[in-house]
Design a protein around this ligand. Structure first.
Ligand code: KG4
Ligand code: ZN
Length: 322
């Protein structure tokens, strides 16, 4: 067996995976810290770093065990180098360096966003570039023209909040806890998406803006009493989600028109949203577990990223933003 060991610790998921050169997932383990951070209403960076430190070795061990493999089967180590929480990233990077060094293996530093795109290149139904890609996560919202496995052009991005951040902040206003995207998705199924008319800012070009939407929700919530809010919560969730999805879909359509790309794909945590998936039925999307942060996508991206040989990678640093 010859596999890539992927490690991902950029935010609040500690993840490890074994992926073959052909993009077959041999194992993928994701340990979420969401519960740990829930009581703070968001990810606390220092808490995340410490938890990664506790989890990274057992999660890697589990990924190896699940694939019935040992480190002798691994031919390179792929690790997220950024963007993300710097302390969290450093835990994964240090673990990757240590394992690579101990076995004199090459190390592949992977950009987290390349990882999200590469979630589409995994078996059993890998997507072939070119395609237009909407990357929507907790930290980023971008439209990309993906020309090949290694070339892409940024067509637009958010001027303020990311789409996932809008979901999370909205969920907080609705008292749904953290992380909020999945909760809004669930609650919205019982609500009326046209109950409230939430505005989505129109910004020039192919950029996005979500900060005004959050303020609109805040005002709508303030106008309701405690009991009323309880009764209207699912309508608010459905209408709020509808506004985010509409903004994303409109931009995707405009970008498809401008670039002439026939194939559209959605990646990142927000690509797990059922309303977004339903609104773009022809768009390629990875299975839900590969939309949110995982290490299989990091190992997948390593297939098109240059490896760094021993001992040069020992000097690699993580980066918080691009
Ligand atoms: O890609 P991801 O796991 O981490 C980052 O790189 O940020 O994305 C996490 C984001 C969070 O904001 C979360 O609320 C959102 O993805 N998310 C969802 C859903 N599942 C996760 N948003 C809407 N609907 C979902 N079903
Ligand atoms: Zn991510």
């Amino acid at each position: 067996m010859s596999v890539i060991l992927g490690i991902e610790t950029s935010c609040d998921e500690t993840a490890a995976a074994l992926v073959t050169e052909e993009g077959e997932i041999r194992s993928s383990v994701v340990s979420s810290q969401a519960e740990l951070h829930a009581r703070y209403g968001g990810v606390v960076p220092e808490v995340a770093s410490r938890r990664h430190l506790e989890l990274v070795t057992p999660v890697i061990r589990e990924a190896l065990a699940e694939a019935d493999a040992g480190l002798e089967d691994v031919d390179r180590i792929a690790v997220t180098r950024g963007p993300g929480l710097i302390g969290a990233l450093l835990v994964g990077l240090a673990a990757a360096k240590a394992i690579a060094w101990s076995r004199r293996l090459p190390l592949v530093p992977v950009d987290h966003l390349d990882g999200h795109i590469a979630s589409l290149y995994l078996q059993p139904a890998p997507l072939e570039p070119p395609f237009l890609c909407l990357l929507a996560s907790g930290g980023h919202t971008m439209l990309l023209d993906v020309r090949s496995h290694t070339e892409r052009e940024l067509l637009g991005s958010t001027l303020d909040d990311a789409a996932g951040e809008a979901f999370d902040k909205g969920a907080r206003l609705l008292g749904l806890g953290y992380p909020g995207g999945r909760e809004i998705d669930r609650l919205a199924r019982e609500g009326d998406p046209s109950a409230y008319d939430f505005p989505v800012a129109r910004v020039p070009g192919l950029d996005f803006s979500f900060s005004g939407l959050k303020t609109a929700l805040l005002y709508a919530v303030r106008e309701l009493g405690e009991d009323e809010l309880e009764a209207r919560r699912s309508d608010l969730a459905a209408s709020y989600q509808h506004a985010i999805v509409r903004a994303l879909v409109e931009r995707v359509r405009e970008a498809a028109e401008q670039t002439g790309r026939q194939q559209v794909a959605i990646v990142g945590g927000v690509a797990a949203n059922s309303a977004l998936r339903a609104a773009l039925p022809d768009a390629a999307a990875a299975p839900l577990a590969l939309c949110t942060d995982n290490a299989a996508m990091i190992a997948s991206a390593a297939r098109w990223t240059e490896a760094v040989e021993y001992p040069r990678y020992l000097a690699l640093d993580a980066y918080a933003s691009r």
